[in-house]
Design a binder for this molecule. Structure first.
Ligand code: ADP
Ligand code: MG
Length: 748
C-alpha cells in the first residue's frame, strides 16, 4: 500500500479525515490498526524511536511474539528448492554485528525478489513478528516473511544545504523514524504517509499564545511536527519533543485550572468554626496533642470551610499520619455550624471501622439522645449496602432528619433515595477507589449549592500525580507521624532461608503469649470465583503456582504452625455482620491472629496488633505492601512486618520486596510504585480518558515541565477565564475534553 493522495496536492487541514488525504485503503488500516482518523491524529502518531543510519539494532533485545522493526545488515543468503512442499525456501541471515537473526521467505521459484534485493552487505529495515525456535546450538530468532526496505548508507554524511534534491536530503538525514506499526502498515509506509501530509498540511495559526512561546523558548508547532517526524539531528528532535511535550502538559493543566476555577466559583454554605462547640469540646478531651502538621492543615481546612465557595482539597499523608483525625475535626466544625458531614469509605470493613473509631473517639459527644450523651452531642449513623432493613431504615431517617451529624458509609451513600437534611461536607476516604463521577454524585445531594469536599489518599502519591490525577483539587500534606510512634521492622522471609519462616511462626506465638496480636494476609480467599482480585501478578516470570489462599492456609495454621492460638478469618465474601463481628473480636483482643485478605488493607486500626505477616508478598504492589504494613506499629508498641515469598534471589520481584523492607517512607515508595506501573494505569484508573492525551509526557521524569505548565495555565485562566483571547487554545481544549468524554462513555 502506498500513500498516493487521491486528491493530488490540495492543502490538508488537521481535522480532515485521513480517507480524504490518503485514500480509503490506507485510511482503513490506520483507523483499525492504529486508531488514527484525522490528519491531526497522524501527525500526533510520533515515532517510537529513531534508527540511526549506519547504526544497527541490537538484536539481543528482541522479545518473542513482538512485532518489531529492526535495522540490520545481510550476512548470507541461502536459497534452496524444497521437495516436501513444492517451492523455494530462502533463508537470509542478518546481523547487528554481534548476534544474528534469520529471515525466511517461501516462494514459488528460485531466485525470487528478496534474493535479488538483499545481497550480502545490504542494510535494510526489516519488520515482522519475532519467533524463537530452539536448536541444539541454542535459541534462534526468526522473522517469517518480513517486510523490508533497503536503506542507503551515507558515505559522506553532514553534507547539507539548500536546493538539495529530495533523494539527497533523505540520504543525508541520519535519523530514520521507527513508528508503532501494525499489520499491513509497516513503519516506513507510515513514514511515507506522514511525509506526504507534512508536505501539504496547513496547521493554521499556532494555538500556543505568543508570550508563552517566547518566555519558554519553544519552537512553533509546525516546526515541531517536522522535527519529530523527520529530524535532521538529535538537536532538532529534542527541540521538537520539548515543544510537543509542553503542549500535552499545558493543555492538561489548562483543563484542570478551568475545572478548579469553575468549581471554586460555585456557591456553598459557609461553615465557620464555632466559639464554643463540639469541636472545642472534642479537642479538650483529646488524649494526645495534635502534630504541627495536623494543626496547620486543620487551620487551612477550617478557613476554607468558612468561605462561601466549596472547598476542594486533597489531604495526603503517610499511613498513620493522622489524616482521619483531621477529617473528623473538619466534620465537627460543620456539625457545629448546623450542617452534616458524610464520610465515604471504599469498603464495608473500612466503613464499619470508621464508624467504630469515630463513635469511640467522640464518646459522649456522639451519643445525642442516649443516656450519658453530652449536652451538645450529635449522632453518628452507619449506612452500608448490606445491613439489615431495620438498621438501614434508622440510618436513613437519621440522615434525612438531620439527627445524625455524621453519616459514615460505603457506595450505598450515593444512592438516590439517601437524603440529608443539610449536607455540608463530604469526606472521601482512600480516594483511589472512587471516580470523579462518584464524588459528583454526592455533591448533587445538596440543593442550591455544593458541599465542601475533602479527599484523603490511602498512601502518599508523588507530587506530579497529585498535580495531574487530582489536579482539580488543592493539596495539603501531612509529612510527619505523631510523636511516640514505635518503629516498624520489616524482613523478607525468602525461600533460600527456610529457618526464617520457622522463626516467624515462633515470633507470632511469642507475641500472642504477651497479649499482642498478628495479621496474616493472603492474596486469595480460596473459593474459585469472585475472588478479591486486587493483587497484581504483573511481572510474572513464567508459570507460577496459584497464589496462597486464606482458606487453604487456615488448616495448617490451626493444626500446626499456630496451634492453640485463637485465629479469626476475614475476607470479602463473609456476610457483613460476620465481618463486623470478627473485626470487633480482634479489636477487643479476643483473637490472637487475624487471617485475612486485603480487606484489611486500608484504615483498619487496632493498636495492639504488632505483627503483619504477608504471604506471597510478591503478589502485591509496593503501595499495597506499605499500606498493609501500616496496620501495625500504630500504638506505642514496635511493629514487625514479614514479607514471605517464594521468589528466588536476584529477581526483580525480590528487589521490590527489598525496597519495601528498606524504608518506611511512603513518599519514596509511592515513587517506586509509579515506576513499576504503566503510566496509563496510574492516570487511567482515576480519570477516564486522561491517559490518551499523554504521549510524550511522563509523570515521573517531567516534574519540571508539569510544574511550569501548571503555573502558566493558572496565569492564563486567571487573566482570561473563558479563553476568549486564545481561540486556538480554546479549540484544542474542547477537542481534548471531547475525547475524554467519548472515552468515558465507551468505558461506562
Ligand atoms: P491515617 O488515617 O492517616 O492513616 P489516623 O488518623 O487513622 O491516620 O491515625 C492513626 C492513629 O493515630 C489513630 O489511632 C489515631 O487515633 C492516632 N493519632 C492521630 N493523631 C495523633 C496524634 N497527634 N498523636 C497521637 N496519636 C494520634
Ligand atoms: Mg485512615
Amino acid at each position: 500500500m502506498v500513500c498516493n493522495s487521491p486528491v493530488g496536492s490540495t492543502v490538508a487541514k488537521l481535522d480532515e479525515p485521513l480517507r480524504k488525504a490518503l485514500g480509503d485503503r490506507t485510511a482503513k488500516v490506520m483507523a483499525e490498526g492504529l486508531d488514527l482518523h484525522t490528519v491531526g491524529d497522524l501527525l500526533c502518531h510520533y515515532p517510537r524511536r529513531y534508527a540511526e543510519r549506519g547504526e544497527l539494532t541490537d538484536l539481543s533485545g528482541l522479545v518473542e511474539g513482538e512485532h518489531v522493526t529492526v535495522m540490520a545488515e545481510v550476512l548470507k543468503v541461502q536459497g534452496r528448492t524444497i521437495t516436501k512442499r513444492p517451492g523455494y525456501l530462502l533463508e537470509v541471515t542478518v546481523t547487528d554485528g554481534r548476534g544474528e537473526l534469520m529471515l525466511t521467505f517461501f516462494g514459488k521459484k528460485a531466485s525470487y525478489k528478496p534474493e535479488k534485493e538483499l545481497p550480502p552487505g545490504t542494510r535494510a529495515l526489516f519488520a515482522g513478528k519475532v519467533t524463537f525456535f530452539r536448536t541444539r546450538q541454542g535459541v534462534k530468532k526468526q522473522l517469517t516473511h518480513p517486510d523490508y526496505r533497503p536503506v542507503a548508507v551515507s558515505a559522506v554524511s553532514g553534507a547539507s544545504g539548500s536546493g538539495m534534491s529530495e533523494a539527497a536530503r533523505e540520504f543525508v538525514e541520519e535519523l530514520i523514524p521507527v513508528y508503532p506499526a501494525t499489520k499491513g502498515l509497516e513503519s516506513w509506509k507510515i513514514t511515507d504517509c506522514v511525509k506526504m501530509i507534512l508536505d501539504t498540511v496547513d496547521i493554521g495559526t499556532d494555538p500556543m499564545p505568543e508570550p508563552i512561546l517566547r518566555d519558554h523558548g519553544f519552537i512553533r508547532l509546525r516546526e515541531a511536527y517536522d522535527g519529530i517526524h523527520r529530524p535532521k539531528d538529535f538537536a532538532e528532535l529534542s527541540r521538537a519533543r520539548k515543544r510537543l511535550k509542553w503542549d500535552e502538559a499545558f493543555l492538561l493543566q489548562l483543563a484542570l485550572a478551568r475545572r478548579r476555577r469553575a468549581a471554586g466559583a460555585l456557591p456553598a454554605k459557609a461553615r465557620p468554626r464555632a466559639e464554643d462547640g463540639l469541636l472545642r469540646e472534642f479537642d479538650r478531651r483529646l488524649p494526645f496533642t495534635l502534630t504541627e502538621g495536623q494543626l496547620s492543615v486543620g487551620e487551612e481546612i477550617a478557613a476554607e470551610l468558612a468561605r462561601e465557595h466549596p472547598m476542594h482539597r486533597l489531604l495526603q499523608g503517610d499511613v498513620g499520619s493522622g489524616k482521619t483525625m483531621c477529617a473528623l475535626r473538619a466534620m465537627l466544625q460543620v456539625v457545629d455550624s448546623g450542617g452534616q458531614a458524610a464520610l465515604l469509605a471504599p469498603t464495608e470493613v473500612l466503613a464499619q471501622q470508621h464508624y467504630r473509631s469515630i463513635t469511640g473517639m467522640l464518646g459522649p459527644l456522639g451519643q445525642a439522645g442516649q443516656l450519658g450523651g453530652a449536652d451538645r452531642a450529635t449522632r453518628v449513623a452507619l449506612l452500608t449496602g448490606s445491613q439489615g432493613a431495620k438498621a438501614r431504615r434508622a440510618a436513613l431517617l437519621d440522615a434525612a432528619s438531620g439527627a445524625a451529624g455524621i453519616v459514615v458509609g460505603t457506595h450505598a451513600l450515593l444512592q438516590e433515595h439517601v437524603q440529608f437534611a443539610d449536607l455540608g461536607l463530604v469526606v472521601v476516604d482512600e480516594q483511589h477507589r472512587f471516580g470523579v463521577e462518584q464524588r459528583d454524585a454526592l455533591r448533587e445531594k445538596v440543593a442550591g449549592g455544593r458541599p465542601h469536599v475533602l479527599v484523603m489518599t490511602a498512601t502518599p502519591i508523588p507530587r506530579t500525580v497529585a498535580m495531574t490525577v487530582f489536579g482539580d483539587l488543592d493539596t495539603s500534606v501531612l509529612n510527619q507521624l505523631p510523636a511516640g510512634r514505635a518503629e516498624i521492622k520489616t524482613h523478607v522471609v525468602p525461600p533460600e532461608k527456610p529457618g526464617f519462616l520457622h522463626r516467624a511462626w515462633e515470633r507470632i506465638r511469642e507475641e500472642a503469649a504477651q497479649g499482642r496480636q498478628t495479621y496474616i494476609v493472603c492474596p486469595r480467599i480460596g473459593e474459585q470465583e469472585g475472588d478479591e482480585g486486587d493483587v497484581e501478578p504483573k511481572d510474572d516470570e513464567g508459570e507460577r503456582r496459584p497464589p496462597l489462599a486464606v482458606l487453604d492456609l487456615l488448616p495448617s495454621l490451626a493444626e500446626e504452625h499456630l496451634s492453640g492460638l485463637r485465629i479469626g478469618v476475614l475476607h470479602g465474601k463473609l456476610h457483613p455482620d460476620e465481618k463486623d463481628a470478627v473485626m470487633r473480636r480482634f479489636a477487643a483482643g479476643e483473637l490472637d491472629v487475624l487471617l485475612a485478605t486485603t480487606v484489611i488493607e486500608v484504615g483498619v486500626d487496632v493498636p495492639n496488633a504488632t505483627v503483619m505477616m504477608i504471604m506471597d508478598a510478591d503478589r502485591f504492589g509496593v503501595s499495597q505492601l506499605h499500606q498493609l504494613r501500616g496496620r501495625v506499629g500504630r500504638g506505642n508498641l514496635p511493629g514487625l512486618c514479614l514479607l514471605v515469598t517464594e521468589a528466588p534471589e536476584g529477581t526483580k520481584i525480590r528487589e521490590r520486596l527489598a525496597a519495601v523492607a528498606s524504608t518506611t517512607d511512603g513518599f519514596e515508595l509511592s515513587r517506586l510504585d509509579l515506576e513499576q506501573r504503566r503510566e496509563g494505569d496510574v492516570l487511567g484508573v482515576a480519570q477516564a480518558g486522561r491517559a490518551s492525551s499523554l504521549k510524550l509526557l511522563t509523570l515521573l521524569r517531567d516534574e519540571d515541565v508539569i510544574l511550569r505548565a501548571r503555573q502558566a495555565a493558572a496565569a492564563v485562566v486567571a487573566a482570561d477565564p473563558d479563553l476568549t483571547h486564545s481561540p486556538g487554545l480554546a479549540a484544542e481544549l474542547a477537542a481534548l475534553l471531547d475525547d475524554e468524554r467519548a472515552e468515558y462513555l465507551e468505558k461506562a
